[in-house]
Design a protein around this ligand. Structure first.
Ligand code: SAM
Ligand code: SF4
Ligand code: SF4
Length: 370
């Protein structure tokens, strides 16, 4: 039984201090929130900085030299991330995704990967350890990541046309270097690579077919993501969202595709395959087909705040707990009491009155990770 705990708001408005229940219980890998959703995935943002300024994520006008990025002492250290991850794993987490900002900008990231790769689930299996990157320095880092025990990689790429891609990343970064990063990852032995393409209607939707054609038959799974209203700075509006169904129709008209079964309950992307057997593609339709009912993801921000939803307005300050001498059991109980009260289902209520009533600033994606 987890006691009802009222979190205390931090003075500086950073987050809520999760309270530790008076009566501690040992975790048994099974907890669920108020909607019956277990805790299975943990996304960890290892830096809030990025060398790109994708217009849908870190627009230049907002993320300029005056932007209050976190200082080094605010970041969770590798030891703190690793400790927290072990505690989460004791509560049922099996899958870890490192993200950011641009995770490969975090110095010596492979050292963290090596630490995380040693953690075992309660059943004794290794974790599903994966990372999402913009690919810009993947050529340099791929071998070290592979040797450290990273299992899977997702690379973001929004088009093959240099002008369009440069317009999206807004730092003049060329397509060829990202493609070269993908080749480097394959060369060092990463298989089942995924490539994420955010589709913004009127900006890069003409790249859908060229991207499908490029990756078809290569073993790389291309996934189309609907442009989302994350954060408060990307100027989102519904007219810029191209529904996944329309993306699927466009592809189907050129390369026939058919839907296939999900790999596991709660999988974010809907899976489809080319009818001619030349591989798989995916759709992440967070705007038009919500998947909150199966959402088993928690997020740790760069400075150790636990977010229960990508669209949450505030997090729970686990960095303070980590740095105040609390035991693993106390922290596990604080996570349990936070998760068991979780009711988040933002995508299901997007645009509703409830949302407007709860309005205000949402947290930026570069801070809690995608
Ligand atoms: N920098 C890395 C990268 O770009 O892959 C990791 C962090 S990034 C925040 C993670 C993913 O979120 C990327 O695939 C990115 O395209 C996606 N993303 C960012 N902003 C988005 C938005 N507004 N809508 C949909 N996807 C978004
Ligand atoms: Fe950087 Fe990734 Fe955001 Fe683009 S999507 S600005 S690469 S964090
Ligand atoms: Fe999960 Fe929140 Fe996204 Fe719904 S909106 S799928 S609860 S992260």
């Amino acid at each position: 039984m987890v006691e009802k705990v009222i979190p205390i708001r931090l003075d500086e408005g950073k987050g809520l201090i999760p309270s530790i229940p008076g009566k501690l219980i040992s975790p048994n890998g099974l907890i669920s929130d108020t909607r019956g959703r277990p805790l299975r995935d943990l996304r960890i943002s290892v830096t809030d900085r990025c060398n790109f300024r994708c217009t849908y994520c870190m627009p230049k006008e907002v993320f300029d030299s005056n932007y209050p990025y976190l200082s080094h002492s605010d970041l969770l250290s590798f030891e703190e991330i690793s400790r927290l991850t072990s505690i989460f794993v004791g509560l049922g987490v099996e899958k870890i995704r490192l993200t950011g900002g641009e995770p490969l900008l975090r110095k010596n990231l492979e050292v963290l990967v090596e630490m995380l790769a040693k953690i075992r689930t309660t059943a004794g299996s290794s974790l599903d350890l994966t990372l999402t990157t913009n690919g810009s320095i993947l050529r340099k880092k791929a071998a070290a990541l592979k040797n450290a025990g990273l299992q899977r990689l997702t690379i973001s790429l929004d088009g093959l046309n240099d002008n369009i891609f440069k317009k999206m990343n807004d730092v003049d970064f060329p397509v060829t270097d990202v493609l070269d990063g993908i080749v480097a990852a394959q060369e060092v032995g990463f298989s089942n690579l995924k490539v994420n393409m955010v589709v913004k209607k009127g900006t890069n939707d003409q790249e859908i077919i060229p991207m499908a054609k490029h990756f078809k038959g290569t073993g790389v799974t291309l996934r189309f993501i609907e442009f989302m209203d994350v954060g408060s700075s990307n100027g989102w509006d519904l007219s810029q969202v191209l529904p996944s169904q329309e993306v699927a129709n466009r592809i189907n008209a050129v390369f026939p595709i058919e839907p296939i079964e999900a790999n596991y309950p709660g999988e974010v992307a809907q899976r489809w395959r080319y009818v001619d057997g030349s591989g798989e593609i995916g759709f992440i339709s967070s705007v038009t087909q919500t998947f909150c009912h199966e959402c088993t993801r928690a997020r740790i921000s760069t400075d150790g705040q636990l977010y229960l939803c990508l669209f949450a307005k505030e997090g729970f300050d686990f960095k303070t707990l980590l740095r105040s001498g609390k035991s693993d059991l106390e922290i596990a109980n604080a996570i349990m009491s936070t998760w068991t009260k979780r009711d988040d289902h933002y995508s299901e209520i997007r645009g509703s009155n409830t949302l407007i009533a709860n309005g205000g600033k949402k947290v930026e994606m570069s801070y809690i990770g995608g």
